[in-house]
Design a protein around this ligand. Structure first.
Ligand code: FEO
Length: 396
């Protein structure tokens, strides 16, 4: 069902209620997603982004509700990832005369994906494309979150279409931010930021500064996933600035797995130590927790404490992937610590500490290793570990 956002500007995207894993691995999407595409009918007809390939026919039908696709003059490909460009080859069969507008690196990746001799127009930051009463202004946004990423701004209607930036994997029958549950909306927006954009936080801050310096009036921010920001649209920009600073809350996350409850008891003693000093902690059992949700919790906290028993000289297999995530996401301003039980060899604490150090997470307390089931003395060490981490984050 298409929706008119402003006079002659239509949402022609699709809602994917059933998606649970984006790309199969990158991100869990408990609330589905949407692929937002926008059709602008002025003297020229412009489509901004497409949708993921399985939904290409629906996109075409949506466009046909407004115009004959053969009338499309320009298709703006803000980003070449397949959830936004996947329908391009199909659509180009119905709009063969359309020019595909891309950034320099966008051309490389769109050609790399589809190997088609389309008519391309390469644009850079500051370039304008007149389309009638309005014009399109392009702003390259490299590494937000791919090298090719670009924002498109529509003058006249003051609509910023920043593709993935400011989006959320959030399927809803509403299209606008003021219509949905705010807690769900921000949970999904933060999860998206934490899992996708964290490593590029310094670029996010610079890009937002650059954007604000243009002094463009912004009435609507229309991202390529989730709801459209029309009510106080800059609220999500301010949130990104806050998230990009990665200050974190004075809370802790304890990630652990356990074989016969020894490491779990240690985790609970650490949580008690944190509680003694007024620090709220979430215990996340990795065998039953979603990794992307866990990353969102780590993102929000100032401390991440990781526990695993030693298995075959290493960690339990549920722990290693999240440690790899931490390494890749390059969180800043976090304090960490390690703990775990063992039977006949006890490498887990050293391995976890090494991962945390490689992730640039400062070790805030000596690790605790307990042989077999933790004794009272071991649990006391865990309790003190919690207290030391609480001290460490209070002094940040
Ligand atoms: Fe929504 Fe980077 O694709």
């Amino acid at each position: 069902m298409v929706l008119e956002l402003a006079n002659g500007v239509y949402w022609v995207g699709v809602v994917d209620w059933g998606l649970r894993y984006f790309h199969g691995y990158e991100l869990s999407t408990h609330r589905g997603t949407s692929y937002n595409a926008y059709l602008i009918v002025d003297e020229k007809t412009v489509l901004v982004d497409t949708v993921w390939t399985p939904f290409q026919k629906q996109l075409l039908e949506n466009i046909r509700e407004i115009v004959d696709p053969s009338k499309i003059d320009y298709i703006i490909a803000n980003h070449s990832e397949v959830d936004h460009s996947g329908a391009l080859p199909y659509l180009m069969q119905f709009a063969p005369q359309a020019t595909v507008v891309v950034s320099r690196l966008g051309r490389e990746s769109i050609e790399g994906h589809y190997h088609q001799p389309w008519n391309f127009k390469v644009v850079k930051t500051g370039d304008k494309l007149p389309i009638g009463k309005s014009e399109l202004l392009f702003i390259e946004a490299q590494m937000l979150h791919w090298p090719d990423s670009m924002f498109t701004y529509l003058t006249g209607h003051h609509i910023l279409m920043p593709n993935d930036a400011f989006g959320q994997h959030y399927a809803t029958n509403f299209r606008f931010n003021d219509q949905v549950n705010q807690q769900e909306l921000y949970q999904e927006a933060l999860k998206y930021y934490a899992n996708i954009l964290t490593p590029f936080s310094s670029l996010v801050l610079r890009k937002i500064d650059e954007l604000l310096a243009l002094n463009l009036p912004v009435d609507i921010i229309a991202p390529s996933h989730g709801v459209i920001w029309r009510s106080d649209p800059l609220q999500i920009v301010k949130k990104y600035q806050k998230w990009a600073r990665q200050e974190g809350e004075y809370t802790a996350v304890i990630l652990y797995d356990t074989m016969w409850e020894a490491t779990r008891k240690m985790a609970e003693a650490i949580a008690a130590g944190l509680a003694k000093d007024g620090i709220s902690a979430k215990l996340l059992h990795m065998a039953v927790s979603d990794r992307n949700d866990v990353i969102a919790e780590v993102f929000k906290s100032k401390a991440v404490i990781v526990g695993s028993p030693t298995l075959n000289g290493g960690l339990l297999p549920t722990i290693t992937p999240v440690l790899e995530d931490l390494k890749g996401l390059k969180f800043q301003n976090k304090v960490g610590a390690a703990f775990g039980s063992y039977g006949w060899s006890g490498e887990s604490v050293k391995i976890i500490q090494s991962h945390l150090e490689q992730s640039r997470i400062k070790i805030g307390a000596d690790g605790v290793l307990a042989k077999w089931q933790p004794k009272k003395d071991d649990l006391e060490k865990c309790y003190q570990l919690g207290r030391k981490v609480a001290d460490a984050i209070k002094s940040t």
